[in-house]
Design a binder for this molecule. Structure first.
Ligand code: OAD
Length: 229
């Protein structure tokens, strides 16, 4: 039977990009095992040692440019043929967009963009690094357009609305340890079909079916099953 354009909301995290070669945060060898959040991912860190913070995100950006979307990103983009898909991602990479997804919300920002530390105006970096002394037109230092600990995340209200309206919710590649993003699973309707796809998880949210395994395998299979059902 042809699907009636069900609303599919994807809540993604670092694990969806792991098989594209981008590190996760909390797995063995993850970014937060090798770097202190307090040294590189807070407004205080940027105030105290801006060069270290800029270098850290310049490297992240170079890694993102080298990476390619994997079969999980591609399958989620192709799912737009059958579903009304909204991707809400914690990832600061642009792999969902490069795979072809057209409705992507970056709640933690995008490392491929810079932001004025004065006006919040956002600029495309087009592959360039950000250096100390690079400024916005108003003369304020540019910073990476990423959300640091202690800062507000983007699009939270819209994200809640999308999850509340979803017929299907797929959570993929996130440990659900960072709030408020992790709260989004609580807004899924009782009659929605809800899935969690990760390699490992401490607690599966209530009402979610756990599909353990690599996103690049599990996501295409799951979407194929949902398309046929
Ligand atoms: P984490 O590193 O906390 O969790 C990654 C999740 O991905 C874990 O549950 C892994 O089991 C899973 N995983 C790893 N490889 C996978 C694969 N190939 N297929 C499927 N799942 C896989 O990353 P996030 O939950 O995304 O925020 O982290 C959330 C936020 O914490 C990030 O956005 C970042 C970080 O601090 C900011 O920097 C603001």
């Amino acid at each position: 039977m042809v699907n009636q354009r069900k609303k599919l909301v994807v809540l993604s995290g670092a694990g969806v990009s792991a098989e594209s070669g981008l590190g996760t945060f909390r797995d063995n060898g993850g970014l937060w095992n090798n770097h202190s959040v307090y040294d590189v991912a807070t407004p205080e860190a940027f105030h105290n040692n801006p060069e270290l913070v800029l270098d850290f995100y310049n490297q992240r950006r170079r890694d993102v440019y080298k990476a390619q979307p994997n079969p999980a990103h591609l399958a989620l983009a192709e799912a737009e043929r059958d579903f009304d898909v909204t991707v809400i991602t914690q990832n600061v990479d642009d792999l969902h967009e490069r795979a072809g997804s057209t409705d992507v919300y970056h709640v933690h920002g995008l490392v491929t963009q810079a932001r004025s530390s004065l006006t919040d105006e956002v600029f495309e970096l087009e592959g360039k690094d950000i250096h100390l002394g690079d400024t916005c037109p108003k003369g304020a230092q540019l910073r990476p357009h990423v959300v640091w600990f202690g800062e507000f995340i983007y699009h939270m209200d819209e994200a809640i609305g999308f999850v509340e309206q979803a017929d299907i919710v797929i959570v993929v590649g996130t440990s659900l340890k960072v709030f408020p993003f992790a709260n989004l699973v609580d807004y899924a309707r009782a009659d929605a079909q809800c899935f969690l796809v990760t390699q490992d998880i401490d607690a599966v949210p209530y009402g979610f079916q756990y599909k353990q395994g690599p996103a690049s395998t599990v996501i295409p299979q799951l979407l194929a099953e949902l398309t046929l059902s």
